[in-house]
Write a protein that binds this ligand. Structure first.
Ligand code: HEM
Length: 398
């Protein structure tokens, strides 16, 4: 193939365009092609797009493929269109490969088991109730993104880490700056610095006065340095905040549009598959030559597995465009796959379940306050979601 032909075959970033449905219709076309698709990032780097479910799983579980952004050829997150990469923070273990990654993963797994997460039910319920109380007290309209979807995950992570109640507003305000697309780089850098300093101070306090929380237990285990623990705290915040917020807002919207499923316990798993907010999160680079889907990927070539495409692959999920909580959705890769599979997934399931049940029980007349086509979707970030979700309800709601 000549250089010109290669150029014309390239798919340009951003992959999502305003006004398009999500996942973009183009993904179905990529899945039908025999080979992986070549694509150009915003910085001009050429990467492989991986779109089929089987291939995405193969990429995410192959030890010849790395998560470490210091390797030549790694697709830079900023250049896919999203938040700056914080991979230089000690403890930022999502950017490490085994065996370096394994030490952190092993230390944290006990904190996120089904049982440990179940013990957080009352705390999560309290946080959701408080936010809904505040919405109801404020009137009969709300922006579900800023009033519910953004604060709930941040407050849950605060509670998990053992952030004192009096500091939770500070914590929420800083994390909001980090995940807001309109924040400037300078604002983000300041917020990240403030949070890291805060976490370092908190860890020093926990060392003197341990509590029943993740940071105190990490300290007692002695597996990490204080700097690594602050970095782990930041990672949990960043990995667990906007992802969950986007899933909450898109999930609630999906339920408003598919009201017959409200109250069904299976909605959460299908929402994860259907919404696939972390489409461009699991970036990789080949560190050795590897064949995926019959295509040779050479060492040093960047790879972008399209999680939303895999979750809408009709070879695995019949009629993937249908929201159908009755289907077996558990093979989805909304949380990734392999050694980096989302650590917080049980917590997400709990948060989504508590939030959806509580919201629709307490506000049964909840409805969209604007036409669905006027909703501001996030087309330009690593994550898919909504900037705002204006809703309203009838005033006599108890
Ligand atoms: C990793 C998605 C919420 C903590 C991941 C990955 C995905 C993902 C796709 C894999 C990244 C990769 O392979 O490079 C999501 C989604 C969420 C969510 C869709 C919400 C709907 C959370 C929450 C937490 C969390 C609430 C913690 C409080 C993490 C961590 C990792 C991770 C620590 C890195 C794991 C590792 O490298 O071993 N997440 N996540 N996530 N997630 Fe989540």
């Amino acid at each position: 193939m000549t250089e010109t032909e290669t150029e014309t075959a390239l798919v340009d970033f951003p992959l999502r365009q305003p006004g398009q449905s999500f996942p973009p219709e183009s993904y179905a076309g990529y899945r039908q092609q025999d080979r992986l698709v070549r694509s150009k990032l915003l910085n001009g780097a050429i990467v492989w797009l991986v779109s089929r479910h089987e291939d995405v799983r193969a990429v995410l579980s192959d030890p010849r493929i790395s998560s470490n952004p210091t390797h030549q050829g790694f697709p830079n997150a900023q250049r896919t269109g999203g938040v700056p990469s914080t991979d230089e923070v000690p403890g930022w273990f999502v950017a490490l490969d085994p065996p370096d990654h394994t030490r952190f993963r092993k230390a944290l797994i006990p904190e996120f088991t089904v049982r440990r997460v179940r013990d957080m039910t009352a705390a999560v319920q309290g946080i959701v109730d408080d936010r809904i109380d505040a919405m109801l007290a404020a009137g009969d309209t709300a922006d579900l993104v800023s009033d519910l979807a953004l604060p709930v995950p941040s407050l849950v992570i605060s509670s998990l880490l053992g952030v004192p109640r009096v500091d939770r507003d500070f914590f929420e305000a800083k994390t909001r700056v980090l995940v807001t697309m309109s924040s400037t780089d300078a604002q983000r850098e300041k917020a990240a610095g403030d949070l890291l300093r805060y976490l370092t101070r908190l860890i020093a306090i926990k060392r003197r006065r341990p509590g029943d929380d993740l940071l105190s237990r990490m300290l007692a285990n002695g597996d990490m340095t204080p700097e690594e623990m602050s970095g782990v705290g930041m990672l949990l915040l960043i990995a667990g905040h906007e992802t969950t917020a986007n899933n909450i807002s898109l999930g609630v919207l999906t339920l408003l549009q598919n009201a017959e499923w409200i109250g069904d316990p299976r909605v959460v798993e299908e929402m994860l598959r259907f919404c696939s907010v972390a489409d461009l999160v699991a970036l990789r680079v080949a560190v050795r030559d590897v064949e995926i889907g019959g295509q040779l990927i050479k060492a040093g070539e960047g790879i972008v597995p399209l999680v939303a495409s895999a979750n809408h692959d009709a070879a695995v999920f019949a009629h993937p465009e249908r929201f159908d909580p009755g289907r077996p959705a558990h093979g989805h890769v909304a949380f990734g796959y392999g050694v980096h599979q989302c650590l917080g997934q049980n917590l997400v399931r709990l948060e989504m379940d508590v939030l959806c049940r509580t919201l629709f029980t307490r506000i049964p007349t909840l409805e969209l306050a604007v036409p669905v086509e006027d909703l501001p979707y996030k087309y330009d970030g690593v994550l898919y979601g909504l900037h705002a979700l204006p809703v309203r309800w009838q005033r006599d709601t108890p």
